[in-house]
Design a protein. Structure first.
Length: 344
C-alpha cells in the first residue's frame, strides 16, 4: 500500500484569495494536521489569526473524536466493538453511529449496492488493511462475498441497536471522512465563521466564498498521480470529493490493485482512474465518489437522478490517453485543463 497518503484535491486558491488592495483585511489563515490516516487543512478567512487557529483546532479535535468512534484500525473504537459483536444479536450504539449506519444503507441502496458499508471482509482479504497483499483465489473471494451485503445489517430504531449477521463487518473508510468534514464545517458556522475551507484527505467543504471571489477554487488532481491538476472546480457552500486508484493500492506481482472493491464481484475496480463528485454535503460527495467509482459512468448516470445538486467528473483510461466524462450538472463551476486559471 502506498505509505504517504496526501490530499487528493489541492487548494489552489487559499494563498491568492486576498487581493493586493485589501490589506486591511486579514489574510486567510490555514492550519494543518494529520488525522484519520491523512492530511487535514482548515482555511478560514475574514477573522483574525487567533480566532481562526482556535476554530481550526476545535475542528481537528472533532476529527480525532470521530476517528476514535469510526476507525477499524483501532480495536477500541465503537465501530470495532460493533463488528466484534457480529452474530451475537443486537448491539446498542450511539445515536451518531446509528445514524451513520442508517445513512450508509441509504447510499448503498441508491447506488444499486455499489457503495457497500459491509465490504470489509473483502478489504481484509485483498490486504488493504495490513497483512501481506496477495491475489485472492476465486474460492477465497466467494467465501468473503458470502459475508458481504447490506442484508447482513439490521437496525432497531427504537433501541438504537444494530445487529450484524455472523461474519458481517462494517467499513466506513468510504464515508467517515466526508461525515467528519460536514461536522467540521458545522463547528465553524456555529462560531460565526462564514468563509472557510475544510479539507480532510481531499474531502472538502467550502463555506461561503473567499473575499472578493465567487467560490473557492479547488484543483482536481491528475488521476495518473503526481501534483499536477487537470481542472478546477469553483466551490461555494458545497462539497467535493475524489476517489482514485493512484494513491491507495496494493502491488501484487508487479500489478497495482486499487483499494475500491466491487461488492458484486469481490474484485478491485480497474475501469476508472478517478471520480470527482460535487454535492451539497461532504458525506454525499464521499459516499458517491466511492459508489460511482464502482458503477462507472453509465450506471452512475442512472443513479445520479436520485440526488439533488450532485455532479461527477470521471477520468477513464483510453490506451495511453485519459477520457473525461461529466455526469450531472457542474454548470460553470467546472473548468477542465491544466493551464486554466479556472472560473472566478
Ligand atoms: P479514500 O479512503 O481514499 O478517501 P474512498 O472514500 O473512495 O477513498 O474509500 C475507499 C475505502 O472504502 C477503501 O479503502 C475501503 O476501505 C472502502 N471501500 C472499498 N470499496 C468500497 C465499496 N464498494 N463501498 C464502500 N466502501 C468501500
Ligand atoms: Mg468515499
Amino acid at each position: 500500500m502506498s505509505s504517504a497518503r496526501t490530499t487528493v484535491l489541492s487548494i489552489l486558491a487559499a494563498a491568492c484569495a486576498v487581493s493586493a488592495t485589501s490589506c486591511a483585511r486579514p489574510e486567510p489563515y490555514t492550519a494543518e494536521t494529520f488525522v484519520m490516516g491523512t492530511a487535514a487543512w482548515v482555511t478560514v478567512a475574514g477573522v483574525g489569526a487567533a480566532e481562526a487557529e482556535e476554530a481550526a483546532q476545535e475542528v481537528f479535535r472533532e476529527f480525532r473524536r470521530i476517528e476514535s468512534v469510526m476507525s477499524t484500525w483501532a480495536d477500541s473504537s465503537e465501530l470495532s466493538l460493533l463488528n466484534a459483536g457480529a452474530g451475537s444479536g443486537p448491539v446498542a450504539v450511539s445515536s451518531e453511529l446509528f445514524a451513520l449506519v442508517d445513512n450508509s444503507l441509504r447510499y448503498s441502496r441508491e447506488t444499486f449496492g455499489a457503495f457497500d458499508p459491509t465490504v470489509r471482509p473483502l478489504v481484509l482479504l485483498w490486504g488493504f488493511q495490513g497483512g501481506e497483499p496477495a491475489l485472492p483465489s476465486p474460492d477465497a473471494i466467494d467465501s468473503a462475498l458470502a459475508f458481504v451485503g447490506c442484508d447482513g445489517i439490521s437496525l432497531d430504531d427504537a433501541a438504537l441497536a444494530v445487529s450484524l449477521s455472523a461474519g458481517a463487518q462494517i467499513d466506513f473508510a468510504g464515508i467517515a471522512k466526508g461525515y467528519a468534514v460536514d461536522r467540521g464545517a458545522a463547528i465553524l458556522e456555529r462560531r460565526g465563521i462564514r468563509r472557510a475551507l475544510v479539507n480532510l484527505g481531499g474531502n472538502i467543504y467550502a463555506l461561503g466564498s473567499p473575499p472578493g471571489g465567487r467560490g473557492w477554487r479547488i484543483g482536481v488532481r491528475d488521476p495518473r498521480g503526481g501534483l499536477g491538476t487537470v481542472g478546477t472546480i469553483l466551490l461555494a457552500d458545497a462539497a467535493v470529493a475524489t476517489s482514485g486508484n493512484y494513491e491507495n493500492f496494493v502491488e501484487i506481482d508487479g500489478r497495482r490493485y486499487g483499494h475500491i472493491i466491487d461488492p458484486r464481484t469481490g474484485r478491485t475496480v480497474d475501469g476508472v482512474l478517478s471520480v470527482t463528485v460535487a454535492a451539497p454535503t461532504a458525506l454525499a460527495a464521499d459516499a458517491l465518489s466511492t459508489g460511482f467509482f464502482v458503477l462507472g459512468p453509465v450506471e452512475a448516470a442512472r443513479a445520479i437522478s436520485s440526488f439533488e445538486g450532485v455532479a461527477a467528473l470521471f477520468a477513464l483510461p483510453n490506451g495511453v490517453r485519459i477520457d473525461y466524462k461529466v455526469i450531472g450538472e457542474f454548470g460553470r463551476r467546472l473548468v477542465l485543463g491544466p493551464e486554466t486559471d479556472g472560473p472566478r
